[in-house]
Write a protein that binds this ligand. Sequence first.
Ligand code: GLC
Length: 437
Amino acid sequence: MDTSLHPLIAARNERTRWFRQARFGMFIHWGLYAIPARGEWVRSHERLSNEAYQPYFQEFNPTRYDARAWAQLARRAGMQYAVLTAKHHDGFCLFDSQLTDYKSTNTPCRRDLVREYVDAFRAEGLKVGLYYSLLDWHHPDYPAYGDPFHPMRDHPAYKDRPQDFGRYLDYFHAQVRELLTGYGTIDIMWFDFSYGSMSGETWRAADLVEMARSLQPALLIDNRLDASGDTNRSIESLEPPPYCGDFACPEQIIPPQGLTDAAGRPVPWEACLTLNNHWGYCAADRDYKSARQVIRALVECVSKGGNMLLNVGPDARGEIPAESVEILEQVGAWMHRNGESIYGCDRSSLPKPEWGRYTQNGNMLYAHIFERGIGPVNLRGLNGKIRKARLLADGSEIKLSRPWNVHDYPDDAFIEFPSSRLPDETDTVVALELEEI
Ligand code: GLC
């Protein structure tokens, strides 16, 4: 452990070691909102009352839910961990909480969906995380009237509703305790999210983190106990509060330079991204990204020292949409051949090349070539520094050469592809073994 660092930061660096190697995870947004199928914010957007939302609870029965199939898909895609919504903003619990009736075991489905998930994902060798919403639009003690997001935010009947926020906090802390005691080792708790004065100690965040770590010392916690998707807050501080989190989670964006703290040292981070434009299942949204976009986004994250948490939104029957499955299979095929350039890799000290990106792991430098360009591919500044070059996908030799016309570029190394097209138009990875780091 580095003793010159603030103890919280040193501990964070230790704890996140596996996470920074894993690089690629699956986010799963699932709940009652899969039935209206207009995204997980449907209650808020359409100002649905508890009564208006209740039919979905009475009907929820995802008979095709097969956690093993999800876990196998994640593993085939090359993912190393997953995060499932144990409770989203609508307050519905996918687990058999003793503290509420508003849970999956009281719907026609009668199953503890979290238990099936943790068992199946662990069995596939994946680390398991749980998302827990700090907001709760179902709990009577969560602020409703005047809150910026609550479905009843401007409903006069809620104006003078008596409420006791402390009681909500007791409930939410106790549910976190249930999740961290009843389901074996939980690798990540992903709290979502803070806003305005609903941040940090308003959540009794220091106590929460202390309790969580006393139950599961290796647990990773995201940074949204005082942040949201658009701000990173105290995780970048050199004297952070105990709830600053282990990693930042920029949402629907990949930070231009990766993330660093106030002293310029890297901060662990994970970009969470949707495959279409919604987290929760949205039947009308068919605007999916291509496998190529996803692969290049993953490479971009790793080349900037971060992870990618890629979302799927299973439907009301319990199935991951076919389009998502198809994309993940294609990503998996690429990962199968090129995963070595992702896992355990980090940013390179070399500047971003014109034709793509670099990732690096010790003296292995991975050239991710997106653009073939014209002529030999220039590896700037690497002349004499490369022991050998191989196409990562099949291990075949890549010829480094200095053709007649590179005379004026003595510091650069060059790759000559025999054809004007790249072997893999999505991302051709050349593994470069360097002489020195
Ligand atoms: C946002 C949204 C939420 C989603 C999350 C994922 O904060 O409120 O619906 O779960 O981002 O990062």
